[in-house]
Every structure is written in structure tokens, then in C-alpha cells.
Design a protein around this ligand. Structure first.
Ligand SMILES: [Zn+2]
Length: 245
């Protein structure tokens, strides 16, 4: 290789290496916290203001910015605006979760009805400085037919929305419901929720690592497996997973 070619090659290689190193640094597992259906009802003997204050305080304490998916019918009033404003002022993203929280997989819920319910929520969220074009399907149901699903996806694209998915755990509401019933009598039940979320986050982190290993690299953590489809060099000795190569 001529010296001139070598210099040219090095000039290209250095930025590539730098970005590869930066990429490796970014592979640390991350978890996103999102909250659905804020409401101005009391729960577990606490006022909504108290609950809100506690959640926002915990997020601020740990330096976490979250996404608040708003269902219009639960906050369509002065107190509701007060609640969302508090999240917005703390720098959390405000997003759309429809107005009525319809079950899109019910065959009686039409596409037109679902779309208009989506649009009805917009005025309640779009004026906030931290409004973000994310839509979370109520109950995570994207339609009971391929036609409804595809049409709604196109509709969201037209309105420049992305889907706000949950990939680690979304069952906290079940636990919360049980805890709310029992909180007054057995305050010790609170750690159950924490334990459940931590377990789910751990599993989720493992899952994420399976998908974040780039082709040509080897997992730094033996329990975590790379299943990148194009990866020719990832090797996890002893793995029984047929997707692992
Ligand atoms: Zn919801």
C-alpha cells in the first residue's frame, strides 16, 4: 500500500474506530419509564396531588425523565390540567393515549371511531411544551383485523406519531389494583411491587442485551446472548438457544 493510500485509509479508519468505541459505550442497558392514564382520583387513602407529588419526587430524586401517556377523559378539567402541567414543568414528555381508552380489538370499535378518539385527545396534550408525538394503544391492542391494524398504523404515520410500546413489563396496574385494596390494612405489601418491577427490569435488560450486540462483536457478559441475525462471530459457549450463533 502506498503511503498516500495508507494516510487516506487511516483518515477513514480513525472516525470509524471512534464511532465503534462510542457505540460500545452506548450499549449499556437502559430502561425507559412510562406512565399511562394519570387521573385525579384518590387512591390508597392518598389524594391525587399527594400521589402525583410522590411519583414526581421519586423521578426527580433519581434524575429520570419519563413519558406520561394521557387519556383525555380522566383529566378533562381544571385539576387534570394541573396534574399534566406538573409533569410538563418537570420536563417529562406528554403523549397521547386516546380520549376514551377504547378496546380496539373489540369488533364493535370501528377504525373511524378509534381515529376520532385519538384526535379528541390531542387538544388536551399538544399545547404542552414537552408534548411528544407518541401514541400508546389502550390495552396495547392494535386492532382485531389486519385491515384495522394497518390502517391505524398509516393514520399514525400521517400524523407523524410513533407507537409508544412497552417491552419490559406492563403489569404494574394489576399489582397496583391489589395494593390499593390492601394498602390501608397491610402497608408492608408495598415491597412486592418493587420486587416485581426489579425482576422484570432485570429480565428486560437481559433481553435488550440480546438485541444490542452488534454484528462481529462478542457479548461481554456470558449469560447474555447476541442473536443479531447477521452476526457471524458471536459465540456463546454452551448455549442451547437455536438463535444463537
Ligand atoms: Zn391505558
Amino acid at each position: 500500500m502506498k503511503r498516500r493510500d495508507l494516510l487516506r485509509y487511516a483518515a477513514v479508519l480513525v472516525p470509524v474506530l471512534k464511532s465503534a468505541i462510542a457505540g460500545a459505550e452506548q450499549k449499556q442497558p437502559e430502561i425507559a419509564f412510562t406512565f399511562d392514564d394519570p387521573k385525579t382520583d384518590e387512591g390508597a387513602g392518598l389524594s391525587w396531588q399527594d400521589i402525583n407529588h410522590r411519583i414526581l419526587g421519586a423521578l426527580a430524586k433519581h434524575g429520570i425523565k419519563a413519558v406520561l401517556f394521557v387519556t383525555g377523559k380522566r383529566v378533562d378539567g381544571e385539576q387534570g390540567r394541573e396534574l399534566i402541567t406538573a409533569w410538563d414543568k418537570d420536563g417529562h414528555a406528554i403523549a397521547n393515549h386516546s380520549y376514551s381508552h377504547l378496546f380496539f380489538n373489540d369488533d364493535s370499535v370501528t377504525l373511524a371511531q378509534f381515529e376520532s378518539d385519538f384526535l379528541r385527545d390531542e387538544p388536551l396534550v399538544r399545547e404542552y411544551p414537552h408534548f411528544t408525538r407518541l401514541f400508546r394503544f389502550p390495552f396495547f391492542k392494535e386492532g382485531d383485523t389486519a385491515e384495522k391494524r394497518d390502517a391505524m398504523r398509516s393514520f399514525l404515520l400521517q400524523h407523524q406519531y410513533r407507537v409508544g410500546r412497552a417491552t419490559i413489563d406492563a403489569s404494574d396496574w394489576v399489582i397496583s389494583q391489589r395494593l390499593e385494596k390492601r394498602a390501608a390494612a397491610t402497608p408492608k405489601s408495598r415491597p412486592i411491587l418493587l420486587r416485581r418491577v426489579l425482576q422484570a427490569a432485570h429480565l428486560g435488560a437481559r433481553t435488550m442485551l440480546r438485541f444490542t450486540c452488534s454484528p462481529g462483536t462478542q457479548s461481554q457478559h456470558p449469560p447474555y446472548r447476541c442473536v443479531a441475525p447477521q452476526c457471524a462471530q458471536c459465540v456463546v459457549p454452551g448455549s442451547a438457544d437455536p438463535n444463537v450463533h
